[in-house]
Design a protein around this ligand. Structure first.
Ligand code: HEM
Length: 432
């Protein structure tokens, strides 16, 4: 039976980034060759300069989770990207802040509701972050869509078993139970989304473009498939990043206090609105923290491609058909000169800036397939973290080693052992 890309495989990717960051490697998996790219210039070749030789490697994943702009290449990709990218690129910045701030306040209230709970309530984080996405891009409140908010995440988790499989392999990776779960999950998610077809009730520019696209011959476009992937790309990423951020803050109390002092000063001195938003986004400590967060705990730390033809990278030959994994944590060249690569250091990150080889740059990839929501993600994540840092105190409930789990994104296995309490001195959130 084909061996799936399991957590053991992903743990090996982390080990490579620890043992020899910046250096490429070759691993065998299930009889196939996998080239792991950690050299920044080689990553640039795969992701940008020689993009045509390195298409996505997600056809099995697409069969389960659905074809979308994340899985397709060439004309099929361009067609799909044209439906959502106008909304992701040209959004109202002030509205994006206002929606993110409102949901952040709600999230802070929910997280602090049970001060004894030993596990971070990631469900509450996900609900609030997906609410930002649906309000911002679909003009609809999440709870009006008759579907479990984590339904799309579960479907993608079922598909994630097929993330990197070599072409022509994986046919025997299905089990009857797995297929049953996939079909049931698709039924629930795609069924729940049907309401969005009702243009009288749910009207947004992105939905209008998608519904019209279903009639265009040659693309086999179905909005439910695209939207499922976009829900996960646009919300689970920011939601997982928020969870990892709270874990980092709980793990490094001095860092937490420094960031809290800065955010508290901003929130106390400026009324909520565009001025406060400007101050939050300009805050160098918070910006450096976001960069460190994404460098150490990117929700998508490895992206997968397949080589079309033989190629030569700096120190390794690539053969046609090889799976090529770009390790976005292994390419962060700038931090490699530090005494300890694995500890967040916001002063060092501020000195290193935001260019190639830093966490805030590489975790979204670059080139034509750069994250379509990068600018919005940074606005949203920075705003949400600002409110949570100003309002909450985070402590580790248990100091356990971190184990990662691949569910189409990287999340903390067993959840974050973080206890949340409201800060007593400053709590306007709960008055609003
Ligand atoms: C912390 C938050 C986020 C991170 C770290 C992140 C990271 C990434 C990465 C690494 C990719 C490339 C995947 C690959 O090439 O295989 C990607 C693609 C994408 N992301 Fe994000 N993302 C985030 C948030 C968002 C948000 C908020 C949106 C939408 C509002 C979004 C929309 C997309 C889209 C549409 C693509 C596909 C781009 C294409 O190939 O056409 N992402 N993201």
């Amino acid at each position: 039976m084909s061996q799936q890309f399991s957590n053991d495989f992903w743990n090996r990717m982390y080990e490579l980034a620890r043992e020899a960051p910046g250096r490429n490697a070759e691993v065998m998996h299930d009889g196939g060759r996998v080239v792991v790219v950690q050299d920044l210039d080689d990553a640039d070749a795969v992701l940008r300069k020689r993009l045509a030789n390195y298409p996505k490697n997600l056809q099995w994943f697409a069969q389960v989770g659905g074809q979308s702009r994340l899985t397709e290449d060439g004309d099929q990709w361009r067609f799909r990207a044209g439906l959502s990218q106008p909304s992701f690129s040209r959004y109202d910045h002030d509205r994006g802040y206002a929606i993110s701030a409102r949901q952040a306040r709600r999230m802070a209230g929910l997280l602090a509701a049970n001060t004894k709970a030993p596990l971070l309530d990631e469900d509450a984080i996900h609900h609030s972050i997906l609410s930002i996405f649906t309000e911002m891009f679909l003009d609809v409140e999440l709870d009006r869509i008759p579907m479990a908010h984590d339904g799309p995440s579960r479907l993608i988790e079922l598909a994630s078993r097929y993330t990197c499989i070599h072409r022509g392999q994986g046919q025997d990776a299905h089990t009857k139970e797995h297929i049953r779960q996939i079909l049931e999950s698709r039924r629930q998610v795609f069924g729940g989304m049907q309401c969005l077809r009702d243009a009288g009730e749910y009207d947004s520019a992105m939905m209008r473009r998608m519904l019209a696209a279903e009639a265009v011959p040659g693309y086999d476009f179905r909005f439910e498939k695209e939207m499922t992937t976009l829900f996960v790309a646009g919300a689970d990423t920011a939601s997982n990043s928020t969870g990892w951020a709270l874990h980092l803050l709980a793990t490094y109390p001095e860092l937490q206090e420094r960031l809290h002092a800065g955010q508290r000063a901003i929130h106390a001195s400026l009324p909520d609105g565009p001025e406060r938003c400007k101050a939050i986004l300009a805050d160098q400590d918070l910006k450096a923290f976001v960069s460190e967060l994404l460098r150490l705990h990117s929700p998508l730390p490895f992206v997968t491609r397949v080589a079309r033809a033989d190629d030569r990278l700096s120190d390794i030959d690539v053969h046609a058909g090889d799976v090529v994994i770009v390790s976005l944590i292994g390419v962060n060249r700038k931090a490699m000169a530090r005494p300890d690569f694995w500890i967040p250091d916001i002063d060092a990150a501020a000195r290193e800036g935001v260019g190639m080889g830093t966490g805030i740059h590489s975790s979204f990839t670059w080139g034509a397939r750069v994250c379509g929501g990068r600018n919005f993600a940074l606005l949203e994540l920075t705003t949400v973290l600002s409110f949570l840092i100003a309002e909450l105190r985070l402590e580790l409930s248990e100091d356990l080693p971190v184990e990662n789990e691949w569910v189409g994104q990287m999340r903390r296995k067993g959840g974050h052992r973080v206890r949340v309490t409201p800060r007593v001195l400053f709590s306007p959130i709960f008055d609003q």
